[in-house]
Design a protein around this ligand. Structure first.
Ligand code: PLP
Ligand code: COI
Length: 339
């Protein structure tokens, strides 16, 4: 048995025993290979190193109260990986290949799936990179698709407790007709200066505005934004936001509990009309927002004064967590049990 402190796991890299790899060469995907190396050898002119041909995903597997391992909405992740690949002209991994590789990676590393009850999960990181050598700006003719996994705890160390966010207007993570809607590494490179400055100023995350006119909210660095107003779940619609699978799920759960769902532009000026706000994503789950500070004006909007999440965010969080851990009925068939 492994000797892991499941309760205090951070969200970070954790060495496990195996990863799974598949190369695309001569116009086709090869055999799925199992590796115990943490390293990749590649040509120094690989396009991922020069021109950003890189896309990734994030999927979680949970050990349920019944001991079974459930993978949450992996097919949606596979389809988003395909859109990301297509968006930066990479070879597109078939959904079946994505499935075969994540399940193989989970089974090979089964002892690293955290037990039920620690608020931890196994995070799967599928990764697609251009490995073919090019010096001119063009897509590679060879690719590597791989999946590594590791046990993780909450993305924000507070867990399901309100976190303070900063809203900014002097950096953009993505342009309106750029790559914000797909999960490619360049978007994260573009977000780093704002994120790290935010952290240094005391904010675990920042919220980016839309880059066209900066009047609307796009999303948080690694997560979508939502607000609760009266009986409505409101979340921004924008061409430069990553369509979050967690947000897609929360919109369904919101409907299930009788809320109205609004997917539309959300003006920065509307922030102070919400009663609750949160960030959502695979890593972030639901991270309630305590307050949002506008870095330009100093204006503060406060959603939690008592250090607790609001009632609707709590209800949605419990529903989502319950489905993922098998304590709530999976009425939408979001889970795949690992056999
Ligand atoms: N937005 C960005 C920029 C992200 O990186 C992520 C993480 O995957 C999300 C939103 C949340 O998406 P999902 O719920 O599919 O993990
Ligand atoms: C995820 O939620 O899976 C993410 O990819 C967020 C972040 C770690 C980039």
């Amino acid at each position: 048995m492994t000797n892991i402190d499941w309760k205090n796991l951070p969200f970070g890299y954790f060495k496990t025993d195996y990863n799974v790899r598949c190369y695309y060469r001569n116009g086709k995907w090869g055999e799925v290979e199992v590796s115990s190396s943490e390293y990749i050898t590649m040509h120094m002119a690989a396009t991922c190193l020069h021109y950003g041909q890189e896309a990734f995903g994030g999927v979680k597997a949970f050990r349920g109260s019944d001991g079974k391992i459930r993978v949450f909405r992996w097919m949606e992740n596979a389809k988003r990986m395909q859109r990301s690949a297509e968006g930066i002209m990479m070879a597109v991994p078939p959904v079946e290949l994505f499935g075969e590789m994540i399940f193989k990676a989970i089974k090979l590393n089964e002892k690293y799936v955290p037990p039920y009850g620690y608020g931890a999960s196994l995070y799967l990181r599928p990764l697609l990179i251009g490995t073919g050598a090019e010096v001119g700006v063009k897509p590679a003719d060879e690719y590597l698709f791989m999946v590594f996994v590791g046990p993780v705890g909450p993305y924000f160390k507070e867990g399901f407790k309100p976190v303070n966010f900063q809203i900014i207007s002097d950096y953009d993570r993505a342009a309106p007709f750029g790559t914000g809607h797909i999960k490619v590494g360049g978007n994260y490179a573009a977000s780093l200066k704002a994120l790290i400055r935010g952290k240094n100023e005391g904010f675990p995350s920042v919220i980016f505005r839309n880059s066209a006119d900066r009047r609307y909210i796009d999303e948080a660095g690694p997560a979508n934004f939502f607000g609760i107003k009266g009986n409505s779940y409101i979340t921004p619609d924008s061409p430069s936001i990553l369509p979050s699978i967690t947000n897609l799920s929360l919109r369904q759960l919101a409907k299930d509990i009788g809320l109205n769902v609004e997917l539309r532009s959300v003006a920065v000026d509307e922030l102070d009309s919400f009663e609750e706000a949160g960030a959502c994503g695979t890593a972030a789950v639901i991270t309630p927002i305590g307050k949002i500070v506008d870095r330009d004006t100093g204006k503060v909007v406060e959603y939690s004064k008592d250090g607790k999440a609001g009632p609707i965010s709590t209800k949605l969080y419990n529903k989502l967590k319950g489905i993922q851990e098998g304590t709530e009925e999976d009425i939408h068939n979001w889970n795949t049990v690992v056999e």
